[in-house]
Write a new protein. Structure first.
Length: 266
């Protein structure tokens, strides 16, 4: 009996913690997949276009929040706004993309089919993989990796991020996190983070290394919320050339506490 009592005393804090966590609003998602492949011609070695979309949609369990979330995802990732059928929109995107590929590229391929050096230019693909993760105690982060090749020297790989309010389903923006007039100070904090990340101490050194060579630092809406930090994601070409890849800059809330919106909770 004594052992059982001792076991219950140990278990009680865990049960209380679990109950506390379960009271917090959460968002649920499920995968929607579309795969499509077409070849430019009937030849066995004809170039092809491959589309693979593995996208998470907010489930009906989220109630009215699901429509808000899914509309943002379909609009921003597939340019399919106001669709009530997530699967149909994803499938339609794959169909439209491959159809446009064939209609546009076949006449050009017919001119280049004997130039083996150019054949690889016609091997198109468009891939999206998504995942979610906890953000702050009140948000969920949605991460979409978009990888595509549409001819040229190289493909493009991007990380596109969204942060959704668990209670309302609303997309969280910088204007929700920071007070009006935040831009200048946040820009300075991001520039400081870039210098720290690269080990470069001046603008001239940054530009010599390829950073901010033909653009200025800017607060990106492409960010990931966490309990103590915000990670700003800059994809290739946004603040540096393709060769330097994606750049993630981490800012703590403490660093920018004086420009945080008073209504923002983390």
């Amino acid at each position: 009996m004594h052992n059982n009592k001792h076991y219950l005393l140990l278990l009680l804090p865990l049960l209380l913690f679990a109950c506390k966590g379960s009271d917090e609003p959460t968002l649920t998602f499920e995968p929607v997949i579309a795969d499509k492949e077409v070849r430019l011609s009937s030849e066995d070695n004809s170039p092809r276009c491959q589309v693979h979309l593995n996208m998470l949609q907010a489930t009906a369990d989220n109630g009215e929040k699901a429509k808000l979330i899914n509309d943002v995802l379909l609009t921003r990732l597939l340019n399919k706004p106001h669709s009530n059928d997530f699967q149909a929109a994803v499938t339609q995107f794959a169909d439209d993309y491959t159809k446009t590929y064939k209609n546009t590229m076949l006449p050009l391929y017919n001119q280049d089919r004997n130039d083996t050096a150019k054949i690889a230019w016609y091997e198109y693909h468009y891939m999206i993989e998504t995942t979610t993760q906890p953000g702050t105690a009140y948000t969920t982060s949605y991460l979409a990796t978009v990888d595509y090749y549409e001819g040229g020297a190289h493909g493009i790989n991007q990380l596109i991020t969204f942060n959704f309010d668990n209670t309302t389903g609303k997309l969280v923006t910088l204007a929700d996190i920071f007070a009006p007039g935040y831009e200048s100070q946040l820009k300075s904090a991001l520039l400081k983070a870039l210098k720290s990340k690269t080990g470069l101490s001046s603008m001239n050194e940054l530009k010599d290394a390829g950073y901010l060579y033909s653009m200025e630092m800017f607060p990106s809406e492409n960010f990931i919320l966490n309990d103590e930090t915000i990670t700003f994601v800059y994809n290739p070409y946004e603040i540096a050339p393709y060769a330097l890849g994606s750049i993630e800059l981490i800012i703590t809330y403490n660093e920018v506490s004086n420009i945080l919106n008073s209504s923002f909770k983390h």
